[in-house]
Design a protein around this ligand. Sequence first.
Ligand code: AMP
Ligand code: MG
Length: 491
Amino acid sequence: MKENINPFGTGWNLDNSYSKLPDIFYTEQKPTPVRRPELVMFNNALAESIGLDPVQLNNPKAAEIFAGNQIPEGSVPIAQAYAGHQFEHFTMLGDGRALLLGEQITPEGKRLDIQLKGSGRTAYSRGGDGKAALGPMLREYLISEAMYGLGIPTTRSLAVATTGESVIREMPLPGAVLTRVASSHIRVGTFQFVSKWGTDEELKALADYTWERHFSDIDEGENRYLAMLKEVIRRQAELIAAWQLVGFIHGVMNTDNMVICGETIDYGPCAFMDVYDPSTVFSSIDARGRYAYGNQSGIAEWNLSRFAETLLPLISDDHHQAKVLAMEALVEYHRLFERCWLAGMRAKLGIFHEELQDEKLIGELLEIMRKNQADFTNMFRVLTLDRPEESELYEKEEFLRWLTSWQSRLERQDETKEDSIKLMREYNPAIIPRNHRVEEALDAAVKQGDYEVMKRLLHVLSKPFAYTAEQDEYATPPKPSSSPYRTFCGT
Ligand code: AMP
Ligand code: MG
């Protein structure tokens, strides 16, 4: 017989405000029970920060909750409806293998979605089995926590539980459920869904809900929906700039994978770039490179246009006027992105104030890196360590010339070299989740049941700006390989 865990004292403080939206937005659905739940990963620090008791929950018995066999107190699980442009194709989607357990109200009064991913079929599963394999769920856990360590807005991972069942993909794989924590799961695709299939009242209900949940502390001006659009644009510009500055490639920036609150979400085929090249693509399904590193900002802008279209009826009764206002907001995106990116690049180079020539200096470095296939992270790492001679480009004439112009740029500012190095250390991570390290960690866990490799990796990635000796070995790029690294959608 299965032992029940104590539902009291675990810290669950769930509310279900999303279920107060009109019926069209969700379907009530219980998780599908699984055979033999086992808790393999648990995030003590995150649990504690959201008011959950790690002692009660980081416990074999709590696997019943994190695999979906038991519903935590206060939860009314729902699958959320949404649509999305997958690549260019618009389609109805929805939580096909995920369930929102509810919103945890944290001790500070924050409202955070608690979602199970891989918890069985729902009304939106279409042909899918509603399940998830262990490898991809661990991958999401690892990369989302690494993004958090890098200071980039992201959903987080609370737990992974294995199910004791196989999921059938190209071969049978161990099944698992991920517990994800997000500011919300309201997507561009949620707005597209109601815009296409809902009434104006339902659209307004979603927009007002989203406003209250994420934007109520900003000035609503004359029109809260326009204010919301502008704020979403601003947050995305900041987010994508932050990705670019660390070489993060999301891999599947469909409109259903862009959330309104501005967090990074859905770590399927994502990966970090080693060698600097804007055309870098890792995803096996992205044959034409739509979501390549160098395209991410343009794609975000495209997705934001789809979002803006859904808001037009709320922005003004006069369709033409609504379009003019939305366009004015959208043209700001590029400027905001460039500003964030440039500010970040200056900081990565230890530059405190703007000079017109900075863009050229930055562009020259990136071009030298691209031509010579330099490692993105390690270039900035050796500059931060003031050891440019360790760069693979140190033999190159053009790089030496660039170093001289950079040095004279630094000398033109009042701040000292030490000030610059301090700034660079705040912006240049010593380590990122290198693909070969991620694979090594996932392999050990999935094939040998050894989670220590992953836990060590998580540990060093939790403070990527620390520059500790322990991190040195994790900075080594992969050995050159004959076949490029490939990632797959998290199924
Ligand atoms: P994703 O690629 O994870 O963003 O998922 C895209 C869409 O496919 C979402 O609607 C998912 O819920 C759905 N989906 C992905 N995998 C499965 C699955 N195994 N069973 C049912 N639906 C799925
Ligand atoms: Mg998705």
